[in-house]
Design a protein around this ligand. Structure first.
Ligand code: PGA
Length: 252
C-alpha cells in the first residue's frame, strides 16, 4: 500500500514570521494525522524557522528547488547539502513555473533529481502538459518526455524514493482542476511508463501526486482515484484551515 503524501508548495509567499505562524498552526491541527504523509515547502528564507517550528511533529520539510552542485561559485543558488543541513527531507524539482520562467529543462531536472538522491533528499518531480498541448492531443507525449528524460538513469531504490507530481499546467492557480477521470488517466499512464522502465513491483511502489487547483471541496474525489497518491497544493496550502481540510480529506 502506498501512503498518500500531501505537500504544500508555498511558492514565493510568507515572510519568516508568517511561515512560523502557519506551521505552528498546522502542527497543532494536524497532530492526529497518521495515515497521510505531510510536507510543507516554504521559500528558502523561511526554511530554518519552519524547521524549528515543526521539530518533533508529523510535518516534514521540503524545499521548492535546488542546484545540483554541493558548493562553489554559483551565485544565488542553494545546494542539496544546504537543504539537508537545514532539515529538508523533500525537494520539489521541475515545477512548471521553473520550467516556464527559469529555463528548467528535463536535463537540469535530471541532474537535480540525481543530486537530491545523492544527499538522501526525496525529490518531488513535477510533470505535466500546457493547455495548448492538451488541446492538440499530445498530453501523453509531453508527460512521457518529462518522465523518461527527467527521471532517466535512476536506480530502483532511487525511483522508489521519488514522488512524481502530475500537474497539468492549465490547472495550476487557475481554479480549473482536471476532472478525477482526466487526472486518473494520466496517473495510470505514468505508472505504466514506470512499469516499462523498471517493473510492476517498482511502479506500484512509486507515489504519484496530483497538483493543480486542489481545494478542500475537490480533494476527496481526486484521492478516490486508484492511481492518485496525494496532492501538491499551491494556493490552498497558504491557509492553515484549508490545508488542514485537504490533508484530512473525507474518506482518508
Ligand atoms: P495551485 O498550485 O494549487 O495553486 O493550483 C499547485 C502547484 O503549482 O503546485
Amino acid at each position: 500500500m502506498r501512503k498518500p503524501i500531501i505537500a504544500g508548495n508555498w511558492k514565493m509567499n510568507k515572510t519568516v514570521g508568517e511561515a512560523r505562524e502557519l506551521v505552528t498552526a498546522l502542527k497543532d491541527k494536524l497532530a492526529d494525522v497518521t495515515d497521510v504523509e505531510i510536507a510543507v515547502a516554504p521559500p528558502f528564507t523561511a526554511l530554518s524557522a519552519a524547521a524549528e517550528a515543526i521539530r518533533g511533529s508529523n510535518i516534514k520539510l521540503a524545499a521548492q528547488d535546488m542546484y545540483w552542485e554541493e558548493e562553489g561559485a554559483f551565485t544565488g543558488e542553494v545546494s542539496p547539502l544546504m537543504l539537508k543541513d537545514v532539515g529538508c527531507q523533500y525537494v520539489i524539482i521541475g515545477h512548471s513555473e521553473r520550467r516556464t520562467y527559469f529555463s528548467e529543462t528535463n536535463e537540469t531536472v535530471n541532474k537535480k533529481v540525481k543530486a537530491a538522491h545523492a544527499y538522501s533528499l526525496n525529490p518531488i518531480v513535477c510533470v505535466g502538459e500546457r493547455l495548448e498541448e492538451r488541446e492538440s492531443g499530445v498530453t501523453k507525449d509531453v508527460v512521457k518526455d518529462h518522465v523518461v528524460n527527467g527521471l532517466a538513469d535512476l536506480t530502483e531504490e532511487q525511483i522508489r524514493n521519488t514522488v512524481v507530481a502530475y500537474e497539468p499546467v492549465w490547472a495550476i492557480g487557475t481554479g480549473k482542476t482536471a476532472t478525477p477521470e482526466q487526472a486518473q488517466e494520466v496517473h495510470r499512464f505514468i505508472r505504466e511508463l514506470l512499469t516499462q522502465i523498471y517493473s510492476l513491483t517498482v511502479a506500484e511502489a512509486v507515489r504519484i501526486q496530483y497538483g493543480g487547483s486542489v481545494k478542500p471541496d475537490n480533494v476527496a474525489q481526486l484521492m478516490a482515484q486508484p492511481d492518485i497518491d496525494g496532492g501538491l497544493i499551491g494556493g490552498a496550502s497558504l491557509d492553515a484551515d484549508s490545508f488542514t481540510q485537504i490533508v484530512k480529506f473525507p474518506g482518508c
